[in-house]
Design a protein around this ligand. Structure first.
Ligand SMILES: C[S@@+](CC[C@H](N)C(=O)[O-])C[C@H]1O[C@@H](n2cnc3c(N)ncnc32)[C@H](O)[C@@H]1O
Length: 197
């Protein structure tokens, strides 16, 4: 189930071709961790293709094995940084939904440069999404949530933000629930204008 770049590129060609017939079929999870949500979504929607991006080798191996043991043929795992993954492995307007659950918030000032959802990255995400489709980010960190909202001007997205109760049952959600978190910050970015990169 673990695929290398060549496999992904050949899949990408297929996906791009498929997209010409049905543009709603590809979902991407960024930083899937131990894969709870990715595996669940892929099990629930066998008609869609799921691509999980994760940079940690141990998690990639673990989730690949899990997907294989469940015979889930609609999951592709890409071991990569999300920046490179979107820049190198996806075509323009090829993805129907993107989500990131509890992305690393990098709370220290000197580490803010490591935060993923910067304005340039949001413009890249916009380019890879189909018009009208959405990216969803859910975080426990109010500071990260506020910072992401500041990145959104001129990224081609309509922005909604709210708080939601726990509902994803991922490792990090469970961790925060154990620490008495009752709600999380959700940002939904709906592509309303195409950005060229
Ligand atoms: C805080 S954990 C959340 C994991 C999972 N989504 C959950 O809710 O339990 C963040 C995950 O994102 C991965 N990650 C962090 N930065 C990344 C990046 N730039 N590209 C891909 N994965 C990344 C980390 O390895 C980690 O597994």
């Amino acid at each position: 189930m673990l695929i290398d770049t060549r496999d992904l590129l050949s899949d990408k060609e297929n996906m791009t071709e498929d997209n010409q017939h049905d543009a709603r079929e590809i979902e991407v999870e960024i930083g899937f961790g131990n894969g709870d949500y990715l595996i669940r979504r892929a099990s629930e929607c066998p008609e869609k293709m799921f691509i999980g991006i994760e940079k940690k080798t141990s998690l990639v191996t673990k989730v690949s094995k899990k997907a294989e043991s469940l015979n889930l043929s609609n999951i592709r795992i890409l071991q990569s940084c999300a920046e490179e993954a979107f820049s190198d492995h996806f075509s323009t307007a090829s993805i129907s939904r993107v989500y990131a659950l509890f992305p690393d918030p990098w709370p220290k000032k000197k580490h803010i440069k490591n935060r993923l959802f910067s304005s340039p990255y949001l413009r890249l995400l916009n380019n890879r999404l189909l018009l009208g489709s959405e990216a969803m980010i859910v975080t426990d960190s109010e500071a990260y949530h506020r910072w992401i909202l500041k990145q959104t001007p001129d990224t081609g997205f309509d922005v909604q933000n709210d708080t939601i109760p726990p509902q994803f049952d991922t490792k990090f959600e469970r961790k925060w629930v154990e620490q008495e978190f009752k709600s999380f910050f959700r940002i939904i970015l709906r592509k309303i204008e195409h950005i060229d990169t």
